[in-house]
Design a protein around this ligand. Sequence first.
Ligand code: FES
Ligand SMILES: [Fe+2]
Length: 358
Amino acid sequence: MCNQTRFWDDAKGLLEEWYVACTSKELKKDQPFSATLYGKKFVLFRQKDGTAAALLDQCVHRGVPLSKGKMTDGCVTCPYHGWSYQGDGHVAHIPSVNGQFFPEKPHPFKQRSFDVCEQDGVVWIYLGEKPKQERPEIFKLPFYDQAGWVSYYMVGSYDGEMGAVAQNIMDVTHTIFVHEGWFRSESGKAVDATIDVGPRKVVVDYHDHDADVGMMPWLTNPHGAEQVHRDSFIAPNITLVEYHWGEPSGMVFNSLISPVGPYESRVYTCVSYKFPIPKLLSKALMPAVNAYIWVVNKQDIKILSARRAGIEHMPMTHSHSVRGDMAHIALEKILDALRHDQQLAPSFIGKRPMQFQI
Ligand code: FES
Ligand SMILES: [Fe+2]
């Protein structure tokens, strides 16, 4: 069995979840899109009415990826012998059988189709087989269309599995090393936090209200308001990092993590911000905001690549953890429970104090 197939099979219960396949912008009307999730390839395309559809990315004739083909009348057409597929996976047209005419009824040949849902600027795909009423709800991005906030998506590839990427995002102690001077610098201070673990959620509230987080404070917090910092993990694939400086100002990074390969994820981060200046001016600042965030992002991409190099060919049998890793341990336990279709052990659930030094 190849690595990619094993990756899909090992995901088990984690397949019964919604993942992001692409942004709405990436899915053009006249071009199929190729997405990889848990090592499997999917073709996404827009049907005649503009709604999105997803199939396994393989022609049932001789196996050519359908994403290499083109769009014909809302169907995706294989580049080899021209078989066309409609959104439910049925072959709608076989040129060597029907000439140039689409038959009244589709052919019985069919590729597996997957439910998709376009919401908040991204296309979600359900990978599992559970009936609709048993599926988890699709996550609603809380700041995406909030009045007064500016939002945009930043898409990047990370050398890390879903849990490792979520850990990296929910990790304050790395910031003084990986992002030194850019985001946070060593202060020698103890930070108090409260961690709240639920069956599918980890929420960490940091009590460092006067912390000097280097996200352009002259712009984000010119009046020195108290900082509210909360990091959340919503299983299995979502992190929400929130900074608020009073009512008029805030910056939120809502990352939707899609597992691509055993050590690779595609991360769709919805960056939402609100500055104490007119919204039009805030919008105009988007390139500058994005440039700053990309510097920080690249530092994370680099450290996760280094981690991959460290463990890919020499897997760790055991990793040691300290108090500051409580959120990471909790989120991995939740992922493990979901993978095995189990409930998180009650001993992990509840609120606890957490302290570490930065
Ligand atoms: S391989 Fe796709 S039409 Fe033949
Ligand atoms: Fe980071």
